[in-house]
Design a protein around this ligand. Structure first.
Ligand code: OOG
Length: 255
């Protein structure tokens, strides 16, 4: 299929910059998963050319709850940049998003460059610390509807990241309770075990994906492991908090 990678990459980049949704592409212009990652790469290059800096990667659809919510069933990955960082405990301006949703996650800090595929056991040795985190996803597609290829092209809906304090001790991370509250009311309850059985498996998966792409993750990179539960829509005034039992909390207020 002959598609114009650069045209789609530019449209997605513009949609993100102006917080204006667009129609999904795959319904009228089908493209392959490999082409979707190429669109993602070209779209990210536009951001880097404008001064944004890569700070790591995120994985998506690492839990059943998320696959079911979105009707997609393959693990995906995208890039995080410095422009996506929101302050823990701070205000998040919803005006820069289209229809943002929050997901409870954990974020890993890479301590040693990941430059080859790692096993689950090896993964822990490459991680310096872990933090409770909230990912703000914001599909650039109308009504948050997309195919696997569409969402990959759209950098996997990556938009915002809020991180709590780092813990160096990872023990208990394979099955820690996860609570997401909206205005103090429980909205989602789960466990880190919902993330591929153990969120460290996201690090092993990330190492494979990055290696397959011929890339590496330098020390200091972030890896967002993927949501432990379904996502919650955000609205002005709402206070969002995520607690990962034994690992602390991360929070923000929507403005
Ligand atoms: C795609 C991103 C999914 C996760 O953690 O599963 C994701 C989406 O649902 O828009 O980030």
């Amino acid at each position: 299929m002959n598609i114009n990678i650069s045209t789609i990459a530019t449209a997605l980049d513009q949609a993100a910059r102006h917080a204006e949704p667009l129609a999904q592409f795959s319904t009228h212009t089908p493209f392959s998963l490999a082409q979707a990652y190429e669109i993602q790469r070209v779209s990210m290059q536009r951001r880097y050319a404008d001064g944004e800096r890569s700070i790591g990667i995120k994985l998506g659809f690492t839990s059943r709850a998320k696959m079911q919510q979105m009707g997609v069933d393959s693990l995906i990955w995208g890039w995080l940049t410095d422009a996506m960082l929101e302050e823990d405990g701070g205000d998040v301006a919803l005006s820069r998003y289209i229809h943002p949703r929050a997901e409870p996650e954990v974020c890993f800090l890479v301590g040693r460059a990941i430059d080859r595929p790692l096993t689950l056991l090896e993964a822990a040795e490459y991680i310096e610390a872990v933090a409770p985190a909230i990912e703000i996803i914001d599909s650039r597609y109308e009504a948050f509807k997309f195919s696997l290829e569409d969402v990959v092209a759209d950098n996997c809906s990556s938009s915002g990241v809020v991180m709590g304090a780092w813990s160096r001790n990872l023990s208990g991370l394979d099955n820690a309770g996860v609570l997401m509250r909206l205005d103090g009311q429980l909205a989602q309850v789960g466990s880190t075990a919902a993330i591929l059985g153990n969120p460290l498996r996201s690090v092993a998966e990330a190492s494979k994906l990055v290696s397959e792409a011929g890339l590496s993750l330098p020390a200091g990179s972030l890896i967002m492991a993927g949501a432990a539960t379904a996502a919650e829509a955000l609205h002005p005034g709402v206070h969002v908090s995520v607690e990962v039992a034994g690992f602390g909390e991360s929070a923000f207020t929507c403005r």
